[in-house]
Each structure stands twice: as structure tokens, then as C-alpha cells.
Write a protein that binds this ligand. Structure first.
Ligand code: ZN
Length: 147
């Protein structure tokens, strides 16, 4: 555990640690429609995101990689947040999450569910990129979907 996490609210810390230790949607998808890889060189985090689309909805999603507790937890929380959602809604959630992490008084215009547990990480600038990485990578995967 490198910094920051111990200062977070207990409930949020529980959620973050639970997703780090037991990542959801963690197995690679055999027939993914879209895929993107992302890295955060500052911390050494790497993540791969795969998406199976059904029409314009994210039917299945997987994310895995290696890195710190924040990036790992954020990847798991992200998959749970957007699974089953239309691509447009996932995009809205991605923007809301970015806003939550980078604007002090943001009121995100999307319900991020448990992913809001990461809000406290915004207080630790060095960890923000860790939390954003899986969402950025999702954005890249979905961008590929338009091609
Ligand atoms: Zn990290």
C-alpha cells in the first residue's frame, strides 16, 4: 500500500480494498469486439480493457492488468459500473468520473455507483492518474468501437 489509501474514509477504503483483492470481470473475453491497453508510467500501472458489444450496449466487459491498489480497484469498479450500459451512457460515466477526480467541487451528472468510493483519492494528486487509467483505457476501447 503506497500512500493515500489509509487516509480515506473507512467505508470507501473497504470498497476499494475489496475490489483490489477480489477484482470483478477479471477474466479475458474470448470474443471481444473492442480492446485497448493503457499504462501509467508514473506508477507502473498497466491495464487491458476488453468489451463485447450487443448493438450499442456493453454486454460484457473485462479489465485486468498489474499495478497499484488504486488502479486495480478502479479497473474492477469501472467494469461493474458500465457493464450492461449503452455506450453513450458509459461515455457519460467516464466523463463524470474524470470530473469527480479532477474538479474539487464537481457534481458528476451520472450515477457512478461504488466507483464514487474513489472520490477521496482526488485529494492525492499523485494517485489520480492511477484511478483514471482504467476509465481512460475504456474510452480508448470505445473510441475504437466507432471505427
Ligand atoms: Zn498506480
Amino acid at each position: 500500500m503506497n500512500g493515500g489509501l489509509t487516509e480515506l474514509d473507512d467505508l470507501y477504503r473497504e470498497i476499494i480494498l475489496d475490489h483490489y483483492r477480489h477484482p470483478r470481470n477479471h477474466d479475458p473475453l474470448p470474443n471481444a469486439d473492442r480492446m485497448a491497453e493503457g499504462a501509467n508510467p508514473l506508477c507502473g500501472d498497466e491495464v487491458c480493457v476488453q468489451v463485447c458489444l450487443n448493438g450499442d450496449a456493453i454486454e460484457r466487459i473485462a479489465a485486468w492488468g498489474r499495478g497499484c491498489s488504486i488502479s486495480g480497484s478502479s479497473a474492477s469498479l469501472m467494469t461493474e459500473a458500465v457493464r450492461g450500459k449503452p455506450v453513450a451512457e458509459a461515455e457519460r460515466m467516464r466523463r463524470a468520473f474524470e470530473q469527480m477526480m479532477t474538479e474539487e467541487h464537481a457534481e458528476p451528472d451520472a450515477d457512478l455507483g461504488d466507483a464514487e468510493a474513489l472520490h477521496g483519492v482526488a485529494k492525492f494528486p499523485v494517485r489520480i492518474k492511477c484511478a483514471l487509467l482504467p476509465w481512460k483505457t475504456l474510452g480508448q476501447a470505445l473510441e475504437n468501437a466507432a471505427n
